[in-house]
Ligand binder design. Structure first.
Ligand code: F6P
Length: 367
């Protein structure tokens, strides 16, 4: 694709929502494959804020992406608060009004003579991209999230690294749990999807894995732990997804969503550890792995996936296939409508072979 005007095609790229390992590798792939086509590339700082503020559009050359494949985080910055569809406007009387600034954003994009956008993001950011696409902005999405919860793609980049970090951490818990004959309860991220907890728990040989997809019974968990402690070795690892909840209760939140931001999950490990301690004589401890799952260098798998996603996104732009997200399935990489990608949260299917594997290994899933 070349520009209609008498100038090179101008591609913008941004990163939105929570960061994930591999973002920088996608940026590098987008920039390099666009530059190799003779295009100009611009990075938008902090999601869409860089365009709204007017000062956050930076030219991207080869030197700006040097060494990025292995680097965690995002050189463009990101935010999970700057949603142009639900922008908090602070009024003089101290109240906050939520306004839709997407029209303004599309106008700012056009005023900067930008021809297309590669939006790298998860559920929230791709919802925004889908809305901007409906407003006429030529956009292609790249699926990012450690949660692996996007419909239409089998895997998102960042997930593999988060699972590796979780599994490494659980490996370390075994020796301390065994030394003290304790029950260690570890909380992993993932919002309403249990992918990180299930993969982390399987790889880390957990005794119990609690997922949002299977509301748990504390009776079942305690019975399983009693049996494990009796049978030996007398220690246990309990993995809880932050979004898991009891059969007769609710998800544990740190903060309700406000001003256009999503609710924050957290606190379940402490709650489960306290309940186990209350109902048994076992000594328990809890920990939250938290943002360690998002930090650090991407695994080699995530680096390669990110590079593939980034180059495929530029390919879609080149073919004029806008309003799409790059997706990976058994047949390889392809473009799927953004609307399909954000239509639902991709949770763990209860009949998946990962769930069956866990059950066959005798892992308690809380039911
Ligand atoms: O969506 C990625 C994620 O890390 C979730 O797993 C987690 O619930 C959330 O983001 C945490 O967000 P924040 O960085 O705002 O605390």
């Amino acid at each position: 694709m070349t520009s209609t005007a008498d100038r090179p095609f101008r591609l913008a790229v941004n990163t939105g929502g929570g960061d994930a390992p591999g973002l920088n590798a996608v940026i590098r792939a987008v920039v390099m494959s666009a530059l190799n086509r003779g295009w100009e590339v611009f990075g938008i700082k902090r999601g869409y804020e860089g365009l709204m503020d007017g000062d956050g559009l930076v030219p991207m050359g080869v030197d700006t992406v040097h060494g990025l494949t292995a680097r965690g985080g995002t050189i463009l910055g990101t935010t999970n608060r700057g949603n142009p569809l639900r922008w908090p406007r602070h009024l003089p009387d101290g109240t906050v009004e939520i306004v839709d600034r997407s029209g303004e954003l599309v106008e700012a994009f056009r005023n900067r003579n930008l021809d297309a956008l590669v939006a790298i993001g998860g559920d929230g950011s791709l919802h925004i991209a889908a809305a901007l696409s409906r407003r006429g902005l030529p956009v292609v999405g790249v699926p990012k999230t450690i949660d692996n919860d996007l419909a239409a793609t089998e895997v998102t980049f960042g997930f593999h690294t988060a699972v590796q970090t979780a599994s490494d951490a659980i490996d370390k818990l075994h020796s301390t749990a065994a030394s003290h004959s304790r029950i260690m309860v570890v909380e992993l991220m993932g919002r309403d999807a249990g992918w990180i907890a299930l993969y982390g728990g399987l790889a880390g040989a957990a005794d119990v894995i609690l997922l949002p997809e299977i509301p748990y019974s504390m009776d079942a968990v305690v019975e399983h732990l009693r049996e494990k402690m009796r049978r030996g070795p007398s220690y246990a690892i309990v993995v809880v997804a932050e979004g898991a909840f009891p059969q007769d209760g609710e998800v544990t939140l740190v903060e309700e969503g406000s001003e256009g931001a999503a609710p924050r999950y957290g606190g379940l490990a402490e709650r489960v550890a306290a309940e186990i301690a209350e109902r048994t004589d076992f000594e328990t401890r809890s920990l939250v792995l938290g943002h360690l799952q998002r930090g650090g260098q991407p695994t080699a798998y995530d680096r390669v996936l990110s590079l593939r996603f980034g180059t495929a996104a530029v390919e879609l732009v080149d073919q004029g296939k806008f309003g799409c997200m790059v997706a990976l399935d058994a047949s390889g990489l392809r473009g799927v409508p953004l609307a399909d990608a954000v239509a639902r949260v991709r949770t763990v299917p209860l009949d998946s072979d990962e769930i069956r594997t866990a059950r066959k290994l005798g892992i308690c899933l809380g039911d």
